[in-house]
Design a binder for this molecule. Structure first.
Ligand SMILES: Cc1cc2nc3c(=O)[nH]c(=O)nc-3n(C[C@H](O)[C@H](O)[C@H](O)COP(=O)(O)OP(=O)(O)OC[C@H]3O[C@@H](n4cnc5c(N)ncnc54)[C@H](O)[C@@H]3O)c2cc1C
Length: 493
């Protein structure tokens, strides 16, 4: 069997990557061990940058229709809530949507675009050679192989792909475990996001869409447990009573589990023709709900780069920039989750520190700084060193309103639906030959004044919504910069 790209693992990250590759016209096959998606959800929240990416591809409404918008997030379960509404984005909110629903919606989208999703099949081995990758699979009917040009491991924390590619996963083991349970509560707390932290431990309670509640507990009274040690209903109730003074009438848990603060990151996200993404590339304490979001952002960073590499259209180093850009973003998440873990301290001085940080978060600039991190809206990539410097280079763009030459108002993200580059000129019409299947050429101006945009002549926007480069109108050679920029990014011969 032959295909262009094989993705090992049909969790959220593998499915998102499959849809990006299929959108770019790459023959893609996802191999997933499980026959059906797991009904229980680790992740519950999609954050603003992920929602922007879904909006760019025109599928955000499908997710909004099933989730609940939240304008606030949290940092280390502190009393002060993070206010996302001040962030510069049309998607300046989070979405409460269980991971199982996110996966179902992504699977429908990927399959609709033509990606092949093979369930009930386990990958046993992945080996690369000069011209491709061979993946060994096992299903009910036996063992077979599949050949591809590239393979991506989106197979979670224990990734067999990462191990077989010889990619190291340095980091630290868990020193702390939390407990969770999805259960009925006879007397639930009134607040939609209930959290308590004191000398007896920390508890968070969030309503789930099906009338149940997610109870999360981190307790100093529980010795550090192995992640696979079963949680009991009694343990949850006892800890709730100790921390909150009531067990809220907890009963009928449908899923109980433990999670830890092990943190590791792949030292390379690429080894030749094999790449890793999502939990296969980074794991950390699930503080602030960032792991799945980061993985989906990996997938959208990688998809268009891998597609152009497979089609032989990629400029040199484009595929390597996946590691450079997303490893740095991953490091930042590991750092902020470590800080959040350190803040979960039930000693007197630890609780005093929490109160102080919580008070600091009430200041608008502190809120903006931390909310920028948790939302991932502050992620920007290194500017292209071979292009003239511009403040916009490498930055993400929000879904700005544009006014076309005929006076029509449109949104920037409408031009990113097909996963092509957008060449946006604010000053002059773009030569017709720049408008190709890979580039949408747009002549428009911004409907609002933005400081960074005042002298912009033309901007090349990447398929993931980041600025590849911007040419300044003050430069007399702006047209030459545009031409050189198009050649450098492999969009013009
Ligand atoms: C308690 C908890 C709460 C969390 N809350 C949040 C949150 O609110 N927000 C957030 O962003 N993140 C959260 N996370 C993290 C999030 O769940 C993970 O980051 C996310 O599941 C990673 O997705 P993935 O696709 O990379 O990996 P996975 O979800 O692990 O998927 C990997 C897939 O690969 C398959 N697979 C593995 N090996 C093979 C093989 N050899 N052959 C074939 N298939 C294979 C598996 O069956 C699986 O389906 C939370 C995690 C925990 C533990």
């Amino acid at each position: 069997m032959k295909t262009e790209a094989v993705i090992i693992g049909g969790g959220p990250v593998g499915l998102m990557l499959a849809s990006e590759l299929a959108l770019a016209g790459v023959k893609t096959c996802v191999i997933e061990r499980l026959k059906e998606t797991v009904p229980y959800s680790k992740a519950l929240v999609l954050h603003p940058r992920t929602l922007e990416l879904l909006a760019m591809r025109g599928i955000l409404e499908r997710f909004l229709a099933e989730g609940t918008k939240l304008s606030a997030g949290h940092f280390s379960m502190l009393d002060a809530r993070l206010d996302f509404s001040v962030l510069d984005s049309k998607q300046n909110y989070s979405l409460l949507l269980p991971q199982a629903d996110t996966e179902r919606l992504l699977e429908e989208y990927a399959a609709g675009l033509g990606a092949e999703i093979v369930r009930g099949t386990e990958v046993l081995a992945v080996t690369q050679h000069e011209n491709g990758v061979q993946t060994v699979l096992q299903d009910g009917s036996g063992i077979r192989t599949i050949d591809s040009i590239y393979a991506v491991g989106a197979d979670g924390a224990g990734s067999i792909v990462r191990k077989q590619a010889g990619i190291a996963f340095p980091g630290t083991d868990a020193t702390m475990t939390g407990t969770l349970g999805d259960a009925a509560l006879k007397n639930p707390p009134e607040s939609a996001f209930f959290s308590v932290c004191g000398q007896q431990g920390a508890a968070v309670i969030v309503p789930l869409p099906d009338g149940l509640y997610r109870v999360i507990i981190v307790s100093p009274h529980l010795p550090q447990k192995r992640k696979d040690e079963p949680v009991t209903e009694n343990e949850l109730k006892k800890e709730l009573r100790r921390i909150c003074g009531t067990d809220f009438g907890l009963s009928d848990p449908v899923w109980m589990s433990r999670f830890g603060n092990a943190q590791r990151q792949a030292d390379r996200y690429r080894s030749g023709r094999i790449l890793v993404a999502g939990d296969a590339a980074h794991i950390h304490f699930p503080a602030g709900g960032q792991g799945l979001n980061a993985g989906l952002q990996d997938a959208v960073n990688l998809g268009w780069k891998l597609a152009s590499q497979i089609k032989d259209e990629a400029p040199p180093h484009l595929l390597d920039s996946y590691h450079e850009e997303r490893h740095r973003a991953g490091e930042d998440i590991l750092r902020n989750t470590e800080v959040q873990t350190r803040l979960i301290d039930f000693t007197d001085s630890g609780l005093a520190l929490r109160d102080t940080v919580s008070a600091l978060l009430a200041f608008p600039e502190s809120n903006r700084y931390i909310a920028g991190k948790i939302s991932a809206l502050d992620v920007h990539y290194e500017p292209d060193p071979d292009m003239p410097p511009h403040v916009l280079n490498g930055k993400r763009l929000p879904d700005m309103e544009l006014i076309l030459q005929d006076g029509r108002a449109v949104r920037l993200y409408d031009f990113l639906r097909k996963g092509a580059f957008v060449l946006l000129s604010l000053r002059e019409s773009i030569p017709a030959d720049f408008d190709t299947g890979r580039v949408a050429a747009v002549r428009a101006f911004l409907s609002e004044t933005r400081a960074d945009w005042q002298n912009v002549h033309t901007v090349l926007i990447r398929p993931d919504g980041h600025v590849a480069w911007a040419a300044d109108v003050l430069k007399t050679d702006a047209e030459e910069v545009v031409l050189a920029g198009m050649k450098r990014w492999g969009l013009k011969s």
